[in-house]
Design a protein around this ligand. Sequence first.
Ligand code: AMP
Length: 286
Amino acid sequence: MEIIKTLNRMSAWAKAQEKSAKQISLVPTMGSFHEGHLRLMRRAAELADLVVVSLFVNPIQFGPAEDLTSYPRNMERDAALAREEGVAVLFAPDQEAMYPDPPLTRVVVSGLSAGLCGLTRPGHFDGVCTVVAKLFNIVRPAAAVFGEKDYQQLAVIRRMAMDLNWNIDIVAHPIVRDDDGLALSSRNRYLSPDERQSAPALFKAIKVARKMVRGGIIDADRLLAEVETIINMHDNIEIEYLSIIDCENLQVKTRIDKRSLLAMAVRIGGTRLIDNAMLFEETEGA
Ligand code: AMP
């Protein structure tokens, strides 16, 4: 596995693959790999000849009060894990390389990025789209894999790729969870033992909501009230939002149907966690 740190070298490598008719799949990440990231890499390997994983903690997607400086970083461990997965290139530019000058251009996907996480993280998705647009241009992948854990991000990137005519297959990967249902996240390591014990409440609430839907309850407010009650049983969890939305246009729904997605963001202590699930779809353990 090559570790590439400059945009020029990455771009030259990608062009060389194109010349020899090799296709690339890309997994954009901020590093600190867990099983969720590794599963995305495995999925990417099924989609093209060569997998490129980008590792870049993107400053322009963090708000001023967010965890940019404390975000977990462990380049050596990440490189070893990516190598084990058979990744061809770990593209790990530093901030200077990625943004030699503060960018005057941003990619803005309006509408889809306004609600949910966009409400409390203004500018977040513009930062995400801008860096993903740069990665697409540098790496020139045929496919790119994103996790459904960041559901709104996936929807926004799909739309960006469509609006800007990138011929890139945007592939979704289901949420990878711990045994107790907590969605894996680099931020889970911030949780104290007490907080870690409370965190599976999110998945528990999802399971209850799905059970209610199976039992014929399709009123969104009733489901949300139940979800809220379950989460609020834990004093150390503060709800940021709970929402039932359409899985494509992300508009709020009042009645549940096959396209309804339950999405949530909470704070546990200082840690912000997100989760989501389709309300009709059955997955393992739910
Ligand atoms: P991050 O490094 O947290 O920015 O995540 C990089 C990619 O991994 C994004 O597409 C995330 O949605 C995805 N991802 C992170 N955690 C999970 C998870 N538990 N299950 C599935 N995908 C994930």
